[in-house]
Design a protein around this ligand. Structure first.
Ligand code: ATP
Ligand code: MG
Length: 308
């Protein structure tokens, strides 16, 4: 099936651990609890989008150790993995997230093959046939030429560097990337860094380079900036907030599902809010994935309050 959406980003194993207190150098401590979750922005967005019925392809680089159950998990939900390249000599990207009893957190990030993706060839096979291309985490050396190619292919392109905007991208690379995109996704902190890179205080000024900005603001919902105006779309209340990780990725998946089912910009953002609300209710980024019908039900009250 032709993909509607092609997502570029990480496929990552999240190892979540808790301990009493962080060890001093040259000492050891017992891990009290340890869980492995499937993660990575690329895998999260693609898996949730495919689960909502959107024909979705994923492009990423992994090691030969990618667990077969992770691959199956994505495939069973319909993600086209033909653009996921196995690179010998690396292990799959891994994040070790460690929390102590005071709720302090430290993270250890192993990029795996994604660190060197600048020297790997780009794969545009799925992107060519897609309506939307979504560029999430990964290296500018790989993504800038890819974004130029998507531009040449006249693809509708979203740029979403996520937390990597702060340390993987910089003023120069960000300024080159933004005008290549049609849409920029960011959370509160990411917007602040984007404004800093562009040397302005006003999101509206970024609209000189990109036609739409979708700025998520946690429980406060999201702001949508376009040349036609700025709108606030409320969040959808989850029954309870158990774990915020993956909310942003689920939001994006819900947005594309809205587009896939023929809805407008603000409606699609509302579907994003509704999708995120489910993922907040369980630990992990791809647990508690709703069906499209469940998303439609939860989005209903927000849709009825949207402007015009
Ligand atoms: N506490 C919350 N209550 C309701 N909705 C929420 C809450 N937190 C997040 N969301 C939903 O998820 C969307 C994305 O959240 P947020 O802006 O925190 O993204 P993020 O910081 O990128 O998250 P992530 O941790 O997944 O990277 C929000 O726009 C909102 O719709
Ligand atoms: Mg995020």
């Amino acid at each position: 099936m032709r993909p509607f959406l092609t997502v570029y980003g990480h496929v990552c194993l999240d190892q979540i651990m808790s301990l009493d207190r962080f060890p001093e150098p040259n000492t050891s401590v017992d891990i009290l609890e340890k869980h492995r979750y499937f993660g990575g922005t690329g895998a999260n967005i693609a898996t949730v989008a495919a689960s909502l019925g959107v024909p979705t392809a994923l492009c990423s680089f992994v090691g030969p150790d990618l667990p077969p159950d992770f691959r199956c998990f994505m495939e069973e939900r319909g993600v086209d993995l033909s653009g996921v390249e196995t690179v010998e000599g690396y292990e799959t990207s891994t994040v070790l997230l460690v929390t102590d009893s005071q709720e302090n957190q430290v993270a250890f990030v192993y990029q795996g093959p994604m660190r060197d993706m600048g020297s790997f060839p780009m794969n545009t096979t799925a992107a060519r046939d897609s309506r939307f291309v979504h560029i999430s985490t990964g290296r500018p050396e790989h993504y800038l030429p890819l974004m130029e190619e998507c531009r040449r292919l006249e693809k509708d392109l979203s740029f979403d560097p996520a937390q990597e905007i702060h340390h993987i991208w910089d003023r120069d690379t960000f300024r080159r990337a933004l005008p290549l995109a049609d849409r920029f996704f960011c959370n509160r902190n990411e917007l602040r860094t984007a404004l800093d890179y562009m040397g302005t205080n006003s999101p509206e000024e970024l609209l000189r380079d990109v036609s739409t900005i979708i700025n998520t603001r946690g429980g406060d919902g999201s702001l949508v900036f376009t040349g036609r105006g700025t709108w606030a779309v409320p969040a959808v209340r989850p029954t309870r907030v158990v774990d915020p990780t993956g909310a942003g990725d689920a939001f994006r998946a819900g947005f594309y599902a809205g587009q896939y089912y023929g809805h407008g910009l603000l409606e699609s953002v509302a579907y994003g809010s509704a999708t995120a609300s489910f993922v907040l209710e369980a630990r992990g980024s791809v647990t508690n994935i709703p069906t499209w019908e469940m998303v439609e039900d939860r989005a209903e009250p927000v849709l009825s309050r949207l402007p015009g």
